[in-house]
Design a protein around this ligand. Structure first.
Ligand SMILES: [Zn+2]
Length: 198
């Protein structure tokens, strides 16, 4: 049987996520998710599920509940990031212990890099040393996003497509970045579904 994969368009409704240079996160994630799902619709390798179908707000725990109810084997959660203006790359994340999510993230990373775009890969509870607080998660927001699925037993790859705080990334997204991301995510998901899923 083909594995079922949920494609989660991050944010939505009154939750817009981050924004920058005229772009809004929730407005980018929905068409990207729809594009990925439509390209996977006839895939021999996977069966896709569009987790958010319109501009509505769905809480994180509800997203996990929908994916589980629909019998999904894994989730690709689509987001865009904000940080210092000189950061401009794609990043993939998985939760510690989620070897399936890690395999999925690595396959997507390979495809993004093959398209000539820098892509970093991280475990979300990667710890950093803070001068006043001691060891703390280096990616607190990414940790929340992978944790909501992983806690419910769903392997997850979080894709942060680019930084809306970066003028270069926003230009790239407006030109052909969304298409590059969709192509890479589709190829990565199909490669992951074919073998080495754990
Ligand atoms: Zn986000």
């Amino acid at each position: 049987m083909k594995p079922r994969i949920a494609i989660d368009a991050g944010h939505g409704g009154t939750d817009h996520g981050c924004d920058g240079h005229g772009l809004i996160e929730s407005v980018l994630t929905l068409p990207l998710a729809k594009d990925v799902v439509s390209r996977l619709a006839n895939s021999a390798a996977v069966e896709p599920l569009l987790l958010r179908i319109d501009d509505s707000r769905i809480e994180l725990h509800e997203r996990a509940a929908i994916a589980n109810r629909e019998g999904c084997d894994a989730v690709v959660s689509l987001h865009f990031d904000s940080a210092a203006p000189d950061r401009d790359w794609t990043a993939v994340y998985w939760h510690r212990g989620d070897t399936c999510g890690q395999a999925l993230a690595r396959k997507i990373q390979v495809e993004v890099e093959a398209a000539g775009r820098r892509c970093r890969a991280y475990c979300t509870d990667f710890l950093v040393m803070s001068p006043d607080r001691g060891r703390e998660p280096g990616f607190p927001r990414a940790l929340v996003l992978t944790d909501c699925y992983w806690r419910d037993g769903l392997p997850t790859c979080l894709v942060e497509g680019g930084f809306l705080t970066s003028a270069a990334d926003c230009r790239w997204l407006e030109e052909h970045g969304l298409d590059v991301l969709a192509t890479a995510i589709v190829a990565g998901v199909e490669a992951w579904a074919g073998k080495d899923r754990r």
